[in-house]
Design a protein. Sequence first.
Length: 273
Amino acid sequence: MYKKVGMLFLFMLITCSAYGQKAVDIDVIESKYVYLLTSHSDSLDKANISEEYFILERGKGKSQFMSMNSYKRDSVVADMSKGKNTSVASIDLSTIPKTNFTYRIIKDPVKSQILFYDKIIRNDFVYEENPAFKWKISEEKKNIGNLRCQAAFLSYAGRQYKAWFTNDIPISDGPYKFYGLPGLIVEIEDSKKQYKFELLSYKNIAEKPLLWISEKRVNGKKVTKQDFYQALKNTQDNFISEIAKSGFTLDSNAEAKVKDKMKRKNNPIELNP
């Protein structure tokens, strides 16, 4: 029953997203970087470790960071809006990648600006952040693969991080929201070892494809960062009633499983957003 509810909910999200969605071009892609995130979403269960792949797309002036599975899901919807897959009913929902991270992060270093796009249930939101990261670069060095790296430390959103960056790739960027070092961040982990990003591969792109984000995300409700996380918390605390507003009803067994799953999401990457 719980699996069926999840599939029906995914069907609803795809249906709502597919109509009228267009791609908004924001730059051209000059290079791509693949990261692996190892995380503990449940701080009370140390054995509950999840892994997900992320991609960083770098343009001439901007970059976009996102879950690879989330990107694939958006691509399915984009194809539908272009008429390549006009029938939602024809989609095999079991083949659509699952993700715990639906956000998009657009960085504009020139403006010292981060735009964070995400959705809560069916509603899209966007907030702007200007974090001004205060990195402390140390003299500690090591090789990661064939890259010569140097350590740097950062305090951000309730966590203490140690990062390894490389001058071998002289771009000031990295996973998630992190940037501002004199080289690409190859690895970054918080002091509690609950969130760790590791660079797996990178390549330059000769054909320069477009760097895009969906129009639906761009037109999301503009809020403050604090308002977004308050709305997220309210939804998580009242998830059953929120999905009921979308026309879903759950039996007692499915409802208990949903509540248990929500309780396990108690350890976000930003403890103090």
